[in-house]
Ligand binder design. Structure first.
Ligand code: MG
Length: 453
């Protein structure tokens, strides 16, 4: 870490919050009942809700993902915080809406920006509590060295700094980075899933006393689809199916390593995807299942993700959670379980869902969900079952409701957003419009670290 970044983080830690949850004297870390669990986040790139056996796909074989769903808890209303890569990953690792960092969408290879040093990432929070931390896979939170994972709480990194299609001829050669060093240019992408898997398994197998945080943001099924040789041509769903089936194999290897080390009862695994399927790529993109649209859109298909929590002995086996949860909740929940501090000197949008993970029906009232589209534009808000669109966009170019706005859908009765009922419920529209106006004012008032520096 550069001294300047270190000082910034140190200053923000020292000046941040009092009291901080990490200093709560009621938490006894030596008590085995409150033993800090290992945290594993398995994060697919552009996989859709409907790409797995357990969500109804009849063609793609995902026995390992189906097994962790059956052994753990599956979520039916699990959201990413953005329908695009960079913004979604920022939210996962900071618990904050991407707009709070001024992240609108996706960083390109020549972008000078990244995750700001004053952000407090999940890796920093867990490492601060003594966790060993590693990321194997796609970063996409800044290419300049000061923004790479080692400068944001990770002890180890092997992976791509951004998407696997950001390569020649349009871009410079795609680097594979280990730590802060480029170790290969334009690597053979058919080896990537297996490489990330091997490194993740080696990390789990290491002898250590401290807990660990393992983040595996796979670079696929983002295009180009590059399945390993053992999977190419094997799936009835074509190359897209081959890639998902290899990812399923990888997840089986990682869960197998956790089981083999006897760590299952002390390891919380989250499985999800950064955004919806790239449906404009036709058969090379995935399926959003029952939801409208996909990647790049604030229709449900762009942000409603598969979501599984697996923690044998703690998360009830075969349970289903039908309440709203988001990737930002992973941040807060993991920090709380680790007894780590959740920043209070900035807005954190995630919620602690650990009571729900233990089978309690609710974690209490939560904030509305805000759906941001391209250019940090607020597109929609959801409160309870109601979702109001004030803008819409789709990479398909289709305007499904012919420019009528606002649109209102009852997502529990109509998860596919088929029937606009705005005219029937003016009082709901009025309530949601008032939420929007307060939210927009609050976000503008807080600004971002980039604005302030
Ligand atoms: Mg993506």
């Amino acid at each position: 870490m550069r001294p300047s970044s270190f000082m910034l983080i140190l200053v923000s830690v020292l000046s941040a919050c009092a009291p901080s949850p990490g200093e709560d004297s009621s938490i006894n870390y030596m008590d085995s009942d409150t033993k800090r669990p290992n945290i594993v986040v398995l994060f697919l790139d552009d996989a859709g809700y409907g790409d797995f056996g357990y969500t109804g796909n009849p063609l793609i074989r995902t026995p390992n993902i189906d097994r962790i769903a059956a052994e753990g808890m599956r979520f039916t209303q699990f959201y990413s915080a953005s329908p695009a890569c960079t913004a979604s990953r920022y939210a996962l690792l900071t618990g904050r809406l991407p707009v709070r960092a001024g992240f609108g969408w996706v960083l390109t290879p020549n972008s000078p920006r990244g995750v700001h040093p004053e952000e407090w990432t999940l890796a920093e929070g867990l490492r601060d509590r003594g966790y060993a931390t590693a990321i194997y896979g796609k970063w996409h939170l800044g290419r300049p060295e000061e923004y790479l994972p080692l400068q944001h709480g990770f002890d180890e990194y092997l992976g791509l700094p951004y998407s696997n299609d950001m390569q020649p001829p349009r871009w410079i050669s795609l680097p594979l980075i280990e730590g802060n060093e480029v170790v290969e240019l334009d690597p053979d992408q058919t080896l990537l899933t297996a490489t990330f898997t091997r490194r993740a398994v080696e990390f789990i197998e290491r002898d250590r006393q401290e807990p660990f945080f393992l983040y595996v943001p796979y670079s696929m099924p983002h295009l180009p689809l590059m399945p390993g040789a053992a999977f190419a041509g094997g799936s009835p769903r074509g190359t897209y199916g081959d890639v998902i089936e290899e990812l399923d194999w990888s997840i089986g290897e990682i869960i197998g390593a956790i089981n083999k080390r006897g760590l299952a009862k002390n390891t919380l695994v989250f499985f999800t995807s950064d955004n919806g399927p790239w449906i404009i790529k036709n058969e090379h993109g995935g399926s959003a299942g029952p939801f409208r649209d996909g990647k790049g859109s604030t229709w449900e298909g762009g942000m409603r993700e598969p979501g599984i929590a697996w923690w044998p002995g703690t998360v009830p086996k075969g349970s289903v959670d039908h309440e709203v949860a988001t990737t930002m909740d992973i941040y807060v929940t993991a920090l709380q379980l680790a007894g780590a501090r959740v920043p209070t000197d900035r807005t954190v949008d995630g919620h602690d869902i650990s009571p729900r993970l233990r089978g309690s029906s609710s974690s209490g009232p939560r904030n509305p969900l805000y759906y941001y589209g391209p250019g940090q534009k607020l597109h929609a808000v959801r409160q309870g079952p109601w979702k109001m669109h004030i803008m819409t966009s789709s990479q398909t170019g289709i305007d499904y409701f012919e420019a009528k706005l606002p649109l209102l859908f009852h997502l529990e009765r109509d998860p596919g957003e088929r029937w606009d009922v705005a005219d029937q419920f003016p009082e709901v529209i009025e309530r949601l419009e008032s939420l929007v106006s307060t939210h927009v004012t609050d976000v503008a008032a807080e600004g971002s670290f980039f604005d302030r520096n």
